[in-house]
Design a protein around this ligand. Structure first.
Ligand code: SAH
Length: 224
């Protein structure tokens, strides 16, 4: 019995920490109930390095190796809300990293496709997703500047790394009515803006600025 008591205690503590994180994200301004429920459903501790398990539910990015980070939970929630993911069909994430954001997006949609340029991270993310029992996310090792044309068009595209402009391929792969959310600005600097584009018609895309953010750069080519 004593052997069982500790894991159960850990589960309870993690559940409480996850609920506290969801309250933080709501307090910071995310209103979409479905997004908050998605945050409550994903075990972030499976996507961080084991040595960071105690910090898994802090609202911060954390290192995941290879110079990259798992996204800050609030930013994941903000992007999901901005992209109007609740009930969206097919979603593409560029820069899947740990797979955490993709797992959150998968709670809200039927299919998530993720592109990641670092092969070691693709393998790491696949393992975490399978440990989390997440089967709606499909990852590919590749250069996200090209999107993933085979599964297009997408109802939403989320770019998790900063660039000065959006690669044209991504607009082409967005469905009419679809939303693209991405950080734009100096990739190496402090000044980036989260922006949302809405494809009104095949040749018409509206753009709006949401808030200031800070992401790692969107790079060219693949590594691994
Ligand atoms: N959303 C992820 C974190 C993303 S960090 C999470 O929740 O864990 C940004 C990721 O973008 C990094 O893993 C980086 O390797 C990747 N990246 C950068 N440039 C890329 C490109 N051109 N194509 C695909 N992935 C890219």
């Amino acid at each position: 019995m004593a052997d069982d008591a500790q894991p159960e205690g850990h589960d309870r503590a993690r559940g409480a920490a996850r609920e506290a994180l969801v309250r933080t994200v709501a307090r910071e301004g995310v209103r979409d109930r479905a997004v908050l429920e998605a945050m409550a459903a994903v075990p972030r501790e499976l996507f961080v390095d084991p040595s960071d398990a105690a910090s898994a539910y802090d609202d911060h990015p954390l290192p995941i190796g290879h110079g990259q980070t798992i996204s800050q939970p609030f930013i994941v929630a903000l992007m999901a809300e901005a992209a109007e993911l609740s009930g969206a069909g097919r979603v593409l994430e560029i820069g899947a990293g740990s797979g955490y954001a993709a797992a959150v997006f998968a709670q809200l949609t039927s299919e998530v496709y993720g592109v990641e340029r670092d092969r070691r991270l693709v393998e790491r993310a696949r393992l975490a997703l399978s440990r989390a029992g997440e089967t709606r996310v499909t990852l590919r090792w590749g250069d996200g500047n090209e999107g993933w044309p085979e599964h297009a068009p997408y109802d939403a595209i989320l770019v998790s790394a900063a660039a000065e402009t959006i690669p044209e391929a991504l607009f082409q792969q967005l469905a009419v009515g679809g939303r693209l959310v991405a950080p734009i600005g100096d990739p190496a600097g402090m000044h980036q803006e989260l922006r949302r584009w809405r494809k009104r018609a095949p040749q018409r895309v509206d753009e709006e600025t949401l808030c200031a953010v800070r992401f790692v750069p969107l790079r060219a080519g693949i590594v691994g």
